[in-house]
Design a protein around this ligand. Structure first.
Ligand code: BES
Ligand code: MN
Ligand code: ZN
Length: 503
């Protein structure tokens, strides 16, 4: 969908529909909504008086304009209570309106910038949120559905602003929103792809293609390279599958004056059956999305490159399947990670931390700092936080705080869990340096403690997206299936590091 900013009067724009808005409790619409109301001979005011339009968040009222103004339809969307209005309300409203109009078969939509008037939002941020919500909400994954969709997609979204001097500011917001939302949708595409279309090899090829398009440095380590580097933990997980593992590296160099490089590490389990400690079959298909962390890293780096941020970033994605083949890891096996630590594998289903152990060791060897890893790591994190927030853990409060803040701006909730020393005890092994599971209780934290043995003293944050990476229901801009969560958070974090400077 094309998103454009135009100066003018929304009643004079030829479009299938015009979107205006109303805060809850407002009886006499002002601003652009007021202009549209007058042009429609007070139709909106009348519907307010009759109680049909209340202004509740995401309430949509359709009015056919019958030639009174250029747009064929007007929809009045409720913005909710003004004191509860946030940038995320804008994303939500934009998504609901676009989905509603798509169902009506509308191809060209004109909208005002919600929240930039009496809502008091900065126009640039409001335009960004509007763009994000629209593009994210209209996302579909129909690649493998042969039946034509019942309705097509909206082709054009015009953001109409009466004050021409505001256009460049709004355009900047649109550009940012477009890059962030499209990167999120790219992550969704990679995650939604079933495991037979997204093997480690496919994932490496997808990353290669993106690197070529975006001018990123690209490399991939094969099994032999992993052996030379001593990545015994990643190789251990991979040995149960016929698909060769890949260690994918993407680098963006936006600041030649600095030696610092941010390291993003993403879990790339293209399918997690659990291995010999096999998972129950019910719901196992969800484990095609166990590479969500890796997809997030690929998409975030693409967006960082498009924004030309003055920063250096390297993404590392260990990619493999976890299958119970004849050569598979067995409970009790002992592996040696790249940093020399030995690991007793008490549960082959705790494979994510094994591949991340080698990726974090490699990241440290490369001197990347700070480090952020993103992984669908534990069912325990999902039990603790549900699908509402992503779990955060780490060894450096400053970095954790920045990540949480970057999430707030993106409308992505992150909740920190504790890393008390006592949890470390649970990972003690009698036969190796550490074991790969500390048991059921506190499972999200003991998994993070395991990772901390490999990030060591590098400033590091771990994000567990097991609960947030897939949505089982449709809710405004979060559609069913992969959410693409943390792409926008990571890019915001990188923008913070770059001081929002562009080259
Ligand atoms: N990929 C899973 C975690 C997961 C569960 C992600 C549900 C998304 C939804 C991970 O590899 C796993 O199996 N973790 C185990 C760890 C346990 C064996 C210590 C878990 O959480 O049960
Ligand atoms: Mn697992
Ligand atoms: Zn897994």
């Amino acid at each position: 969908m094309e998103v454009k900013v135009v100066a003018g009067d929304i009643t004079k724009i030829k479009a299938g529909a015009a979107i205006v808005n109303l805060f809850e409790g407002v009886k006499r619409p002002a601003g652009a909504t007021g202009v549209v109301d007058q042009a429609l001979d007070g139709a909106i005011t009348r519907l307010i008086d009759e109680g049909e339009i209340k202004g509740k968040l995401n309430e949509i009222t359709l009015i056919h304009t019958m030639g009174k103004i250029e747009p064929a339809r007007v929809i009045v969307v409720g913005l909710g209570k003004q004191e509860r209005f946030t940038l995320d309300s804008i994303r939500s409203v934009a998504a609901e309106c676009c989905k509603f109009l798509r169902k009506l078969g509308v191809k060209k939509v004109a909208t005002i910038v919600h929240g930039a008037g009496i809502g008091g939002m900065a126009p640039e941020k409001a335009a960004q949120a509007l763009t994000e919500g629209s593009i994210l909400g209209l996302y579909t994954f129909r690649k493998h559905i042969t039946k034509e969709p019942e309705h097509g997609q909206i082709g054009e979204l015009l953001i109409v602003e009466r004050d021409g001097s505001k256009v460049p500011t709004l355009e900047h917001g649109v550009k940012l929103g477009k890059i962030l939302a499209e990167a999120t949708n790219l992550a969704r595409d990679l995650i939604n792809e079933p495991a037979n279309y997204m093997t480690p090899t496919d994932m490496a090829e997808a990353a290669r293609k993106i690197a070529e398009e975006s001018g990123l440095e690209f490399a991939v380590f094969e099994r032999d390279d992993m052996k030379k580097l001593g990545m015994g933990a990643l190789l251990g997980v991979a040995q149960g599958s016929k698909q060769p593992p890949k260690f994918i590296i993407l680098s963006y160099r936006g600041d030649s004056t600095s030696k610092n490089t941010l390291g993003l590490v993403g879990k790339g389990l293209t399918f997690d059956s659990g291995g010999i400690s096999i998972k129950p079959s019910e719901g196992m298909e969800e484990m095609k999305g166990d590479m969500a962390g890796g997809a997030t890293v690929i998409a975030a780096i693409k967006a960082i490159a498009e924004l030309e941020l003055k920063i250096n970033v390297t993404g590392l994605i260990p990619a493999t399947e976890n299958l119970p083949g004849g050569a598979a890891l067995k409970p009790g096996d002992i592996l040696k990670a790249m940093n020399g630590k030995t690991i007793e594998v008490v549960n082959t289903d705790a494979e994510g931390r094994l591949i991340l152990a080698d990726a974090l060791s490699y990241a440290r060897k490369q001197g990347l700092s700070p480090l952020i890893d993103i992984a669908t790591l534990t069912g325990a994190c999902r039990v603790a936080l549900g699908d509402v927030c992503t779990g955060a853990f780490g060894n450096n409060q400053e970095v954790i705080n920045k990540v949480i803040k970057a999430g707030e701006e993106a409308g992505e909730k992150i909740w920190q869990l504790p890393m008390f020393e006592e949890y470390k005890e649970k990972n003690k092994s009698d036969v190796a340096d550490i074991k790969n599971s500390g048991g059921r209780y506190g499972g999200a934290i003991t998994a993070a403690q395991f990772l901390s043995e490999f990030s060591q003293d590098t400033p590091w944050t771990h994000l567990d997206i097991a609960g947030t990476s897939i949505s089982s229901k449709e809710k405004d801009y979060v559609v069913k299936g992969a959410s693409g969560v943390m792409v926008r958070t990571l890019v915001n974090f990188a923008m913070g590091l770059a001081g929002e400077q562009t080259k």
